[in-house]
Design a protein around this ligand. Structure first.
Ligand code: ADP
Length: 200
């Protein structure tokens, strides 16, 4: 059984995924794979260099993320080109990794799952959303990264809304409380997923 775990920036996806991992679930994280394929020698690098030029590489040949961000900022065509290179490759690596898993269920962690729902929905059995109020997201991102509030709001504006995510969720983790509260909810979902997986 495959679970898609998503939520807005700072909602607590990584914290929830960490708890699922502690409980023994296999975790396949889209962000981790995005970093792997854009590291020096990564499988996406030849296509990225062909599309955008060697100036998007750093000295070691890895993707220079700041340069790439600058390149696609305000250029939807360039952004679409970047996504058309990265997304199919990330998806392929995730599917491959999923085939190698043997546990009762696995968790795909995908920040923009709801934004790309038609692509993801067929790949997952259940969609689990980590949810919390926007002001809590902003405060947690600020504490974690030191980004300024307007930048955090700009990132939030480019993502799906809470309502859009909740509308398509099978399971919701309410992460407006403390970490103990989050742990308790993930533990309950883990028991539920084991039950569902054993029924299949
Ligand atoms: P995401 O992966 O969705 O961007 P994270 O899991 O990294 O979010 O959480 C954002 C920040 O908030 C992290 O520093 C994390 O440790 C913290 N955090 C997450 N959930 C809670 C919580 N329930 N209480 C306090 N801090 C939390």
């Amino acid at each position: 059984m495959r679970i898609g775990l998503t939520g807005g920036i700072g909602s607590g996806k990584s914290a929830a995924a960490h708890r699922f991992a502690v409980l023994g679930a296999a975790i396949i994280d889209a962000d981790v794979i995005a970093h792997q394929i854009t590291a020096a020698g990564g499988s996406a690098m030849p296509a990225l260099i062909q599309a955008f030029g060697a100036q998007i590489c750093d000295a070691r040949g890895a993707l220079d993320r700041a340069a790439m961000r600058q390149r696609v900022f305000g250029d939807p065509q360039a952004r679409a080109r970047l996504e058309s290179i990265l997304h199919p490759r990330i998806g392929a690596v995730m599917r491959e990794a999923a085939c190698e898993q043997e546990g009762a269920y696995l968790v795909f962690v995908v920040p923009l799952l709801v934004e790309h729902l038609p692509r993801w929905r067929p790949q997952i059995d259940r969609l689990c959303v980590v949810d919390c109020p926007v002001d809590v997201q902003v405060a947690r991102v600020q504490a974690r990264s030191g980004l300024d509030v307007p930048t955090i709001h700009a990132i939030l504006a480019a993502q799906a809304t809470r309502a859009q995510r909740l509308a398509v969720a099978d399971d919701v983790i309410d992460n407006s409380g403390d970490l103990q509260d989050l742990t308790r909810q993930v533990d309950a979902l883990h028991a539920k997923y084991l039950r569902l997986a054993n029924k299949n």
